[in-house]
Design a binder for this molecule. Structure first.
Ligand code: ATP
Ligand code: MG
Ligand code: MG
Length: 406
């Protein structure tokens, strides 16, 4: 454990020099989804003001932000205009106009993490190349510029073969699995064809998916939150359990892979690192997000500082908070739209009502303008004395299974 402490506080002895006055700065966030909303919520107690740029007039963050500029984070003019009213810029989504951010950085606009980091990450193929060059273990991959390339990948990596869109992917919308050579063509067209820009990844036969939220301050100090265990249904994050139920040496390796990956990128802020744990104990990188992450929602209730507050502290150059857990166990569950419209709301509302009658459960509703099937509408975090207890509590909330005997 001493080693863990050492690992978590590497470089943090260099005290940040920012005066509190910098908090008068408005932090501008590109994107106004749920992550932006939770950044606004975390900013409030510190007296920090957050503005958001999002095209949806009633986006989740816009409802509570200090200021909401309705406009696209992909549009040069909108990003430039937005930047004028902000002391520092950051992102809650990586699919932004990075050329404009690069131009603004040259004009000395304060942007964290660095636009070059966002550029690397927003193209998953370039991201993989980058991490490979920096010695981060990851599944084998190759670029696909034709159907023949895909067949070649199938020969090299075998089946099932994972095909991915290089850009604009989220919640698995950009992934297609081909079970055989014959299925390649359909998988390619389901992703919008070769023109979309694709690459192939060798199937990772993971026994668990893990994630680490890594914070990096402006002075380069790294602080990681505990390793968590994630589950996905149809490529969409379903649950996140913290701490992960893994051997200490596996946790250490996961932390090392995550910190090596983040260490190869530039700029301050939170980084969400997704990992695959293989049967032999090896850990491979899946992808990195240059921002707070779904796998870090649990930190709001379960850790001494949340990933959202930590992100703001990083961007502002304030001292970083303690990322360790203040409860023995936590479990997060994403509330996805189960039906469009009113029916979807009724189902979600029922789940939230049940959660409210359970000790240690907190409800987060994102107030998205419309409920749609398979979209993240909110989440529930349960904290408690053990993994068994938080699981039982969540099982009751989601499946109404078991008796209410926690
Ligand atoms: P998000 O950004 O919402 O996390 P995404 O659209 O970027 O998702 P990925 O993270 O690439 O998609 O993949 C989603 C899920 O698909 C992973 O969490 C994992 O469950 C599965 N997956 C991805 N790549 C592989 C692989 N090479 N082998 C096996 N499963 C994979
Ligand atoms: Mg992704
Ligand atoms: Mg992912």
């Amino acid at each position: 454990q001493e080693e863990d402490v050492e690992m978590n506080s590497r470089g943090c002895e260099t005290l940040c020099t920012t005066t509190w006055g910098l908090c008068d700065t408005v932090i501008g966030v590109l994107g106004g989804g749920q992550l932006g909303r939770m950044l606004c919520q975390a900013a409030s107690p510190m007296g920090v003001r957050v503005s958001v740029l999002d095209p949806l007039p009633d986006c989740p963050a816009g409802k509570i932000a200090y200021h909401h500029q309705v406009g696209s984070f992909k549009d040069m003019e909108a990003v430039r205009e937005f930047a004028k009213g902000c002391g520092a810029l950051t992102v809650e989504i990586e699919h932004v106009n990075v050329e404009t951010l690069e131009a603004l950085a040259r004009e000395n606009v304060d942007i964290e993490p660095k636009p070059f980091t966002i550029r690397i990450i927003q193209d998953k193929y370039i991201q993989k190349m980058h991490f490979k060059q920096h010695g981060v273990s990851l599944p084998e991959f190759m670029k696909i510029d034709s159907e023949e390339d895909a067949e070649e990948a199938g020969k090299l990596f075998g089946y099932p073969l994972m095909l991915k869109s290089r850009r604009d992917a989220y919640d698995g919308r950009g992934n297609a699995v081909a079970q055989s050579r014959e299925a390649l063509s359909l998988a390619i067209s389901s992703l919008g064809g070769i023109e979309r820009g694709l690459y192939a990844e060798k199937w990772a036969p993971f026994v668990k998916e893990l994630a680490v939220m890594v914070a990096r301050g402006r002075n380069g100090c790294i602080r990681s939150f505990p390793v968590v265990e994630t589950t996905h249904v149809s490529n969409i994050c379903n649950t996140v359990e913290a701490p992960a139920r893994i051997a200490p040496e596996v946790a250490k390796l996961a932390m090392q892979v995550a910190e090596r990956a983040v260490g190869s990128l530039t700029g301050a802020g939170m980084f969400g690192v997704e990992l695959f744990l293989l049967e032999d104990g090896n850990v491979l990188l899946n992808e990195v997000a240059p921002r707070p992450h779904n796998s870090g929602h649990y930190t709001i209730e379960a850790c001494c500082v949340s990933q959202y507050e930590q992100h703001l502290r990083c961007v502002l150059g304030l001292p970083l908070g303690d990322p360790s857990m203040k409860v023995p166990a936590s479990l997060m569950y994403n509330i996805l739209g189960e039906a469009d419209g009113e029916e979807g709301f009724t189902i979600a509302h029922e789940t939230m009502r049940r959660a409210m009658s359970v000790p240690g459960a907190s409800v987060h509703w994102y107030e998205k303008p419309e409920i749609r099937k398979q979209r993240k509408m909110g989440h529930i975090t349960v904290v408690g004395p053990s993994s068994e207890v938080v699981r039982a509590r969540m099982d009751w909330i989601i499946n109404t299974k078991g008796i209410q005997d926690y």
